[in-house]
Design a protein around this ligand. Structure first.
Ligand code: FAD
Length: 475
């Protein structure tokens, strides 16, 4: 608990309505969308502008408080959970779209803008902002940058990093940074921008983002293919990519997910199928026609059970929307959903599906798998109940064994959800002490006292710079 003088000071500086310190308010600010992880901050501050943010930071420094940046808290690795207490810094009230620059094809917005609002503002000017995480109706641009979020269009259009041109913000020590700009080419100095993208709120607080916009595709076609078994679906994905066809969207759902989505959305998906692929090709009409035909041919060759094309735009939108609901639909099945983010080279998808099936049997747990198959990015999701400790232990053993296989075939422990708290052990396994040591030095350069979003990414080994920040129940 912070003393009254500090709270009163914050209320004066940031506005009384933007400071929360009662337990009942703080409880809802102690977790994100990641199960099993929650903590209570001492105070939460939601500045409306940069002056309020500076004042909040100053208080943190004066009182030696940990500070955890927070967007919409849709994160899936516990990144915005204040595990060392201190201050939660909410960015959602700094949410203005500052400019759509039609000459330079850029948009500039405050970090708290909701992703889909930026998309819509660009679309209103006939422009296109492609990154579209499944959470886009809620997530913030700052959170997307901090996690380098991907989305359903990632295969063809790339992820958030591919669109970030400039970032502004503050370090914990109050240093203001402006990195990048509207220049298409810019190799001046180290790219601080690229270090900050995907830094999960551990290096700096992002307040303003400039992104690149492109022209929207002229045409698109949506195909749906059903398969008796998921391995064949994986093979189809590998063959589409090997044929050098890059759809905008190439998403997969396994049987359990199909059934959850059907229970939730009721759009007539076949419940008895082992898997489905949702494929969207877009671009110039002539290219779209050719690519759709190429995809259809491959689906026939691998003997997909059913192949069909969305009859019209409304149906295509409905199908994509159904895929976006996958996590919410699966989450209705049980009190706890533990979702992972395994990513493998696309040529290894079929064997990854086979391994998931084998491990499901071995541990006797329920797992729904869906994801951005075209990116090799899968979200095996265990449906469980965190009160059932025995089952949860099996779930963690399942994922531990799966990640061993994923790393052995050249995969990564996170394709898009980041490390946060949830994956610190796996990250160490992927990078080893050497790689983690380099990352630690970068962290120390940006944040020598270690108070910005502490407890994340690193399994806290002694840091020469900040021995006082060691320990904590989540390491
Ligand atoms: C239903 C659902 C679907 C999802 N689908 C996808 C998907 O398709 N692709 C994908 O990549 N992710 C997906 N996610 C995960 C999540 O939505 C993304 O990671 C998103 O980018 C988080 O944004 P946020 O605003 O909620 O950030 P938060 O969860 O609040 O924060 C995430 C991290 O960013 C840091 N942070 C937030 N704002 C700032 C800032 N301004 N400056 C510095 N650090 C900051 C936080 O400290 C934290 O470490 C999904 C989540 C859900 C619940």
């Amino acid at each position: 608990m912070l003393n009254r003088t500090i709270i009163d000071h914050l209320r004066r500086e940031v506005g009384a309505g933007n400071v929360y310190h009662e337990k009942e308010d703080l409880l809802v600010l102690g977790y994100d969308a990641t199960p099993e992880i929650s903590a209570l901050p001492d105070v939460a501050v939601f500045p409306h502008n940069i002056d309020g943010l500076r004042a909040a930071l100053e208080t943190c420094r004066r009182e030696s408080l940990a500070l955890t940046p927070r967007g919409a808290a849709t994160g899936l690795s516990g990144g915005s959970t204040p595990v060392r207490g201190g201050m939660v810094l909410g960015l959602t009230r700094m949410n203005r779209i500052l400019e759509i620059d039609e000459e330079n094809l850029t948009a500039t917005a405050e970090a708290g803008v909701i992703t889909v609002d930026l998309f819509n503002a660009a679309a209103a000017k006939g422009l296109f902002y492609p990154p579209d995480p499944g959470s886009q109706n809620v997530s913030t641009l700052g959170g997307n940058v901090a996690e380098n979020a991907g989305g359903l269009r990632g295969l063809k259009y790339g992820v958030t990093r591919n669109y970030v041109m400039a970032l502004s913000g503050l370090l914990y020590d109050g240093t203001e940074f402006h990195t990048g700009g509207k220049c298409v080419k810019d190799v001046a100095g180290y790219s601080l921008r690229d270090l900050l993208v995907g830094s999960e709120g551990t290096l700096g607080i992002i307040t303003e983002v400039t992104v690149r916009l492109i022209s929207p595709p002229q045409d698109k076609r949506t195909l749906l293919a059903y398969f008796r078994d998921i391995r064949t679906a994986g093979e189809a994905v590998s063959r589409i990519i090997a044929a050098r066809i890059i759809p905008a969207t190439l998403e997969i759902m396994d049987k359990t997910t199909i059934n959850c989505v059907e229970d939730y959305a009721g759009i007539g998906l076949p419940r008895d199928m082992g898997a489905l692929l949702l494929i969207e090709v877009d671009g110039h009409p002539a290219v779209v026609a050719e690519e759709a035909e190429g995809v259809r041919k491959i689906l026939e060759e691998v003997r997909a059970d059913t192949i069909r094309q969305a009859a019209n735009t409304a149906e295509a939108v409905q199908l994509t929307a159904a895929r976006r609901t996958a996590l919410s639909a699966v989450a209705r099945v049980s009190p706890t959903t533990i979702l992972e983010d395994t990513t493998v080279p696309r040529s290894r998808l079929a064997e990854t599906f086979a391994e998931i099936e084998r491990l499901k049997e071995k541990y006797g747990i329920r797992v729904a798998t869906f994801g951005h198959a075209g990116d090799g990015n899968l979200h095996p999701t265990a449906v469980t109940d965190e009160r059932n400790k025995e089952e949860v232990a099996k779930v963690h053993a399942f994922f531990g064994e799966l990640y061993e296989m994923v790393l052995a075939i050249g995969g990564t422990v996170s394709g898009e959800h980041g490390i946060g708290i949830a994956k610190k052990g796996y990250l160490l396994r992927q990078f080893g002490e050497g790689g983690m040591g380099v990352m630690r030095r970068i962290k120390d350069a940006f944040d020598p006292t270690g108070r910005l979003n502490p407890g994340k990414i690193f399994i806290d080994t002694p840091s020469p710079k900040c021995p006082q920040m060691l320990g904590g129940t989540h390491d």
